[in-house]
Ligand binder design. Structure first.
Ligand SMILES: [Fe+2]
Length: 253
């Protein structure tokens, strides 16, 4: 198996690492600096997570699942086999369909992790149980498959209106909030974004920067909400109807 390197994306009192997995998934590790344990967001498979933990000298003490799709929970079972007491958090909606889940959260519910406040935002659209984990102190938002760099998830379970309302929740967060996506799709999303806004130079900048980042680190940086609002044709749609139209065009792109 080709295991690509992890990348430290956020330093300071809270550290966040990207762990690329499968073909284009991004898993993340988060911890308060100095602690010997960390949480993992959306472990696709166990092997790259194990390798990253070994490199960093850390052990896991929490699994966070943004939604029930297999490429986001596929590593749960394997990681639990070594550490059967690991708590696994997801949405209340997904709890019955994530076999390893220990606790389900409703919209707006919060928890504490390593003295960090974690808030759960319900952001349905891609799936009905899709949530984001928001850590305001770290200015970090893990969105699963709701948003990607210049893109958004397919509407598997929710309607365009549902997704549009989820975008509104995300847009209301502080603009400096960094967004951690569930997949790397920048290249194709950028090509589509250019069909919507051919003169938006920021789209080309994002494509170029990501190409360099992927060559150097095997993963992209997590843009701020402010940066994403400059390039994402779905967040930039004027209304739900325009969003629905763009999403259907992207489905065929
Ligand atoms: Fe998904």
């Amino acid at each position: 198996m080709n295991l690509r390197p992890l990348r430290k994306l956020i330093s300071g009192p809270v550290e966040i690492y990207t762990v690329p997995a499968l073909d284009d998934n991004y898993c993340y590790l988060i911890r308060r600096a100095g602690t010997k344990t960390c949480a993992v967001v959306d472990p696709s498979t166990a092997a790259p997570i194990r390798k990253a933990l070994a490199e960093l000298g850390l052990t896991l003490d929490l699994i966070l699942n943004t939604h029930h799709h297999h490429d986001h929970i596929g590593g749960n079972e394997d990681l639990l086999s070594e550490n059967p007491k690991l708590p696994v958090f997801c949405s209340s909606y997904d709890k019955p369909r994530i076999p390893q889940a220990t606790r389900g959260f409703g919209d707006g519910e919060s928890f504490e992790y390593q003295n960090l406040a974690g808030q759960v935002l319900s952001i349905p659209g891609h799936t009905l149980g899709q949530i984001a984990f928001h850590f305001p102190e770290a200015r970090a938002l893990f969105v699963g498959d709701t948003l990607f760099s210049m893109g958004c998830g397919r509407l598997f379970e929710g309607s365009a209106q549902t997704m549009w309302e989820s975008f509104a929740k995300i847009k209301s967060l502080p603009p400096e909030t960094r967004i951690f996506f569930g997949h790397e799709y920048t290249d194709k999303n950028g090509l589509f974004a250019l069909t919507v806004e051919p003169n938006n130079l920021r789209i080309r900048e994002r494509m170029d920067q990501t190409k360099k980042d992927l060559a150097t680190y095997s993963s992209a940086r997590a843009p701020s909400l402010f940066e994403e609002l400059e390039v994402n044709p779905f967040l930039r749609a004027p209304d739900a109807l325009a969003f629905a139209h763009r999403r259907s065009l992207r489905d065929k792109f």
